[in-house]
Design a protein around this ligand. Sequence first.
Ligand code: HEM
Length: 354
Amino acid sequence: MKVSVLALWSAAAALLLVAQAPSAAEASHHGGAGLKLGYYKKTCPGVENVVKYHVAKAIKANRGAGAALVRLIFHDCFVRGCDASVLLDPTPANPETEKTAPINIGLAAFEVIDEIKAALEERCPGTVSCADIVVYAARDASSLLSNGHVHFAAPAGRLDGVVSRAADAQRDLPDSTFTVSELIRNFRRKNFTVEELVILSGAHAVGVGHCSSFRARLSAPPAQIVPAYRNLLSGKCAAAAGGADDPVVANNVRDEDPRAVAAAFPSFLGKLRKARDFLDNSYYHNNLARIVTFNSDWQLLTEKEALGHVKEYAENGTLWDEDFSDALLKLSRLPMPPHSKGEIRKTCRWVNHH
Ligand code: HEM
C-alpha cells in the first residue's frame, strides 16, 4: 500500500497532539515564581471575599476551625508543594492518600474548604484551584485569629496536583518526637532556616492535639516540662472519653479549661485568656516557661540559635506577627515537583476524571 508522506505526517502529528494534550496541564511553571497577586481578578472577581466570608463564618462558629486551617497550609505545602494533595480522599485506586498518613493525625477543616469550593464553583465553575483556596483560607484564618496582626497579600495561580501518597507526607513532615537537629534538617530540606522553624512553630499558640502526639512528654523531667502542667495534661488524657486519641488537649495552655487549671496548675489561672485560640507570640513565653505541649516545641530551647529566636519573639510580639506573615507567604510559594501534572479540580476531595 502506498501512503503519501503528507498522510504519514498528519497521522504522526495527530498522535503527537494526543500525546501532548494531557487532560491535566504541566504544572511546573505554576511554581512559586509564576504566582500572581489578584490572579483571579478577571476570571473570578470577588474570589478572596468569598473565601474570607466562609472562613469568618467557620471561625465564628468554632475558632478551632481557624487553627485547623493554619495547620492545613503547612501540611499541604510541605508535601509536594502547595497543590491541595492533602485534600484528596482515599479511593479504591489510591487507598493511601496523604490524609491517611499517621503524621496527618487530627487534620481538620476539610469541610470548610469544601464549602468554599462549592460556593466558587457556583460563581465561576472550573476556575479557582483548591490549592489557592487552602492558601487564601489559611491567610484569612491567621489574620482573623490574630485580630488582623498577621496579614499578607497572597499571590495565586496554583494548580491542583493529581498525586497524593501517605508515604510522602510521612517522609516530608516533621514529627513531634524529633530532636532539634532533626527539625532543623527537615526544614532545611524545604529551604527554611532555623529562624523560620522557630517563627512557624509559633502557630502552636492555637489549636489542639491528641494525647498520642505528646505521650512521651507525660514522663519528661521537670527541666523539660513544668510538673504541674504535666499533671494537667496527664489528667486530661486519662479522662479523655475516647482514650488517648481524643483531641481534647489545647496546645496552648493559655486556653485550657479553668476548672482543670485550678485543680492541677493554679499558678497559671491568672494567665488564662478569654478568647480561645488567639494567634500571638504567647507560644514563646510558654515555651521559655516549659509549658508547651510537644517535644518538638521544647526542643527549640536546646539549640543556641533556635533558643535565641525563641527569646527574641517572646520579647517582640509585633516582630513575630510580621515574620510569621512572611514565613506563611514563603510556605505558600512552595512549588510542586518539576513536571508534575496539575488541574483545577471540580471537587477538592477527588481528582477530575480523565
Ligand atoms: C516544627 C515542626 C512541627 C511539628 C513537629 C508539629 C507537630 C504538631 C502536632 C503533633 C500537632 C497535633 C496533632 C494532633 O495530635 O492532632 C500539631 C498541631 C498543630 N500544628 Fe503543628 N507541628 C509543627 C509545625 C507547625 C507549623 C509550621 C504550623 C503552621 C504554620 C503548625 C500548625 C499547627 C496547628 C495550628 C495545630 C493545631 C491544629 C488544630 O487544632 O486543628 N505546626 N502540630
